[in-house]
Design a protein around this ligand. Structure first.
Ligand SMILES: [Fe+2]
Ligand SMILES: [Fe+2]
Length: 266
């Protein structure tokens, strides 16, 4: 299967020229599934959700989108606490925790953003037991040969450079459950940096910001992922000022005890 993995679009801080180029690139490539791994908006404003909905309407493949911390109303405390996801629902008309069954795969989305936390940084995310139970239930009911994808905004794996950043809350316990559920691939964002690796025998692909000006030391990019039962290849496609072009790849193979890295390629 071929997946276009887009993250952190941040409509409100987007570059319209990149949006146009991205829509064209996706039409040319023709993925089986387009994943949006959270932070569709900058400040969860209705106009930003409308722009995100307009973008999604231009895509010519099934779309699975999950929210990120920026999709919560940050500066409207009453709204944040009383109706945190009202704007997402009204603006996009999409589920917070979608699932999609395609030919040879099942993709499950979870909402890791929280309206508050018992710590000063409310941008951090978390996975709870009910979310893990839902994932297990859905993938267990799926075709045993299907590739099993999980989409979550907050990261389950940090690169060496980002080791001081936090993982999603309850990452380690959740990963044990995800491995038990034989999840193959986790798609995430939040850090605006693209990398891929293996955590607990599961491949984790993180995408940079596709079209926003909120750069964290990397050009705009999305991940192009090709996967079958034996191999997963994650290729970042970076904006080079003219178009989105492939810039190397990470390759992973299925082994006896889960997935392992096969190395990088061009
Ligand atoms: Fe973001
Ligand atoms: Fe985020």
């Amino acid at each position: 299967m071929r997946i276009a993995h887009l993250s952190d679009l941040h409509f409100g801080r987007d570059r319209p020229d990149l949006t146009t180029a991205l829509v064209a690139a996706l039409r040319t490539r023709g993925p089986d599934l387009i994943v949006l791994s959270g932070d569709l908006t900058q400040r969860a404003r209705p106009a930003e959700f409308a722009a995100a909905a307009d973008f999604i309407a231009q895509l010519s493949a099934p779309v699975l989108a999950v929210p990120g911390n920026h999709d919560l109303p940050g500066w409207r405390p009453l709204l944040r606490f009383l109706d945190p996801w009202g704007r997402w629902r009204a603006g996009l008309g999409r589920a917070l925790e979608p699932e999609y069954v395609g030919s040879g795969y099942i993709a499950v989305g979870i909402n890791t953003a929280r309206r508050w936390g018992p710590h000063p940084d409310w941008s951090r995310g978390r996975v709870n037991r009910a979310q893990l139970a839902r994932i297990e239930r859905l993938v267990t009911a799926a075709d045993p040969a299907a590739l099993r994808l999980l989409v979550a905004h907050h990261p389950f794996l940090l690169s060496t450079e980002l080791r001081r950043r936090g993982l999603v809350g309850r990452a380690r316990r959740t990963l044990v459950g995800l491995r038990r559920a034989r999840i193959d691939l986790i798609l995430g964002g939040h850090l605006h940096r693209g990398y891929a690796g293996v955590a607990e025998g599961v491949v984790v692909a993180q995408a940079g910001t596709a079209i926003s000006t909120r750069h964290k030391g990397e050009p705009n990019a999305f991940n192009w992922i090709e996967a079958d039962s034996q191999e997963i290849v994650v290729a970042p496609c970076r904006w080079d000022g003219d178009g989105f072009t492939a810039a190397g790849c990470w390759r992973f193979g299925r082994g006896e005890s889960g997935w392992g890295a096969l190395g990088t390629g061009r």
